[in-house]
Design a protein around this ligand. Structure first.
Ligand code: NI
Length: 146
């Protein structure tokens, strides 16, 4: 690769062992590639400081649909934020668990509080907001479909 600078990183043996384990589970073939991705993620996260900025992002969650009213609450909360939730994908994982991915666009601060509301619903087992990029307006034409 042209223009690449090699750097040396010192790590304690235990930390390096955990790192190697974790990256091999993720399928990385080299430490360098894993570290490059970590640096990119970290830099991207640092950009998510301005709550007024328009962003596109996703909320990925796993929930237990057998728990009383969790499905209704998730539907209600999405209907209350149709401006933000551009589309969603739902996958039935097994007898109890569902995964749902919400593709969102809006002010960063609004998305953070929306994600908190969603993930604090009882029955939502995991939930994670990830910012993809600043909004380019390309999601505006995508309608929310339910
Ligand atoms: Ni389901």
């Amino acid at each position: 690769m042209d223009g690449v600078t090699r750097i040396g990183v010192s790590l304690e043996p235990e930390l390096l062992r955990e790192f190697d384990e974790s990256i091999s589970k993720k399928g990385y073939v080299s430490r360098s590639e894993a570290i490059r991705d970590l640096v990119r993620d970290s830099l991207a996260e640092n950009e998510w400081k301005n709550d007024e900025e328009w962003m596109v992002g996703t909320i990925v969650m796993v929930y237990d649909h057998t728990m009383t009213s969790v499905g209704d609450k998730l539907t209600d909360i999405q209907h209350a934020h149709t401006d933000m939730v551009k589309t969603s994908v739902h996958i039935h994982l097994d007898h109890e668990k569902c995964m749902e991915i919400l593709i969102c666009e809006g002010k960063l601060g609004d998305m953070k509080s929306f994600a908190n509301e969603v993930t604090s619903i009882k029955g939502v087992l995991r939930g994670r907001l990830t910012m993809a990029a600043p909004s380019t307006g390309n999601l505006h034409h995508i309608g929310h479909r339910h």
